[in-house]
Design a protein around this ligand. Structure first.
Ligand code: PXP
Length: 237
């Protein structure tokens, strides 16, 4: 079964636009879970323009499904994650000012850096996933760093989907097969939506988790959150 983890960063962005507490991020997280989401994802960035460090701490006792904290492993991020002890941390190599994540790790270049972090998180009981593109060498080395999972960076798939979905999925299937053979669990995220998610899942049914934010929260404007979560889960059946 592939779990749907809802990334609630966009909800925090709307809240932050007015400075108050509308919409209430904590309530949204609780509601996503009661509507069927099997996980909540947050991506606290150093400037706290979306989800804030304080939000992550307050969310922690309310997330009764899988809590996934993703981000660049700066010292303050590492400290936050080790305090909160979520189910999973997803390490992302994004610059502090990045609008959104736009590349996976070079696991060969950053091998020593990743190994040390992974061991540190795992010894605190936290599963570690690393955000990665479809380069097979990077994936095989990800297994050597000790990571539990990889999260495939699916923006190139989403981008190419409309023109030729068979060509778009091919490198992802190869990457996911290589990861599975190397003993890594496979997650995926970025620009997945109601058009492209089902085909992705049909081709990689051993996916463990997808984390989806932008499109899902946008769809909720039209369908409402409860129906939207149901529609995304139907793509994963
Ligand atoms: N995975 C990672 C590492 C991300 O940075 C993001 C965006 O914050 C996502 C998944 C979700 O992407 P989207 O918002 O396009 O669904």
């Amino acid at each position: 079964m592939t779990k749907l983890s809802v990334n609630i960063n966009k909800v925090a962005t709307i809240r932050n636009a007015r400075g108050g507490n509308v919409p209430d991020l904590l309530k949204v997280a609780v509601d996503c879970q009661s509507f069927g989401a099997e996980g909540i994802t947050v991506h606290p960035r150093p400037d706290e323009r979306h989800v804030r460090y304080k939000d992550v701490i307050e969310l922690s006792p309310l997330v009764t499904t899988e809590f996934n904290i993703e981000g660049y492993p700066s010292p303050s991020f590492v400290e936050l994650v080790k305090n909160v002890k979520p189910t999973q941390v997803t390490l992302v190599p994004d610059a502090p000012d990045a609008i959104t994540s736009s590349a996976g790790w070079d696991t060969i270049k950053y091998d020593a850096f990743l190994r040390e972090l992974i061991e540190d998180f795992q010894s605190a009981g936290i599963r570690v996933s690393i955000f990665i593109d479809t380069n097979i060498d990077n994936i095989l080395n990800a297994a050597k760093t000790g990571a539990d999972r990889i999260e495939l960076y699916t923006e190139p798939y989403a981008e190419a989907f409309a023109a030729d979905k068979e060509a778009a999925i091919r490198p992802f299937v190869e990457a996911a097969k290589a990861a599975k053979a190397a003993g890594l669990g496979v997650n995926a995220g970025h620009d997945l939506n109601l058009d492209n998610l089902k085909f992705f899942h049909d081709n990689i049914p051993w996916l463990k988790e997808v984390s989806i934010g932008h499109a899902l929260i946008s769809d909720a404007l039209y369908y409402g959150l409860e129906k939207t979560i149901r529609l995304y889960k139907e793509c994963l059946e």
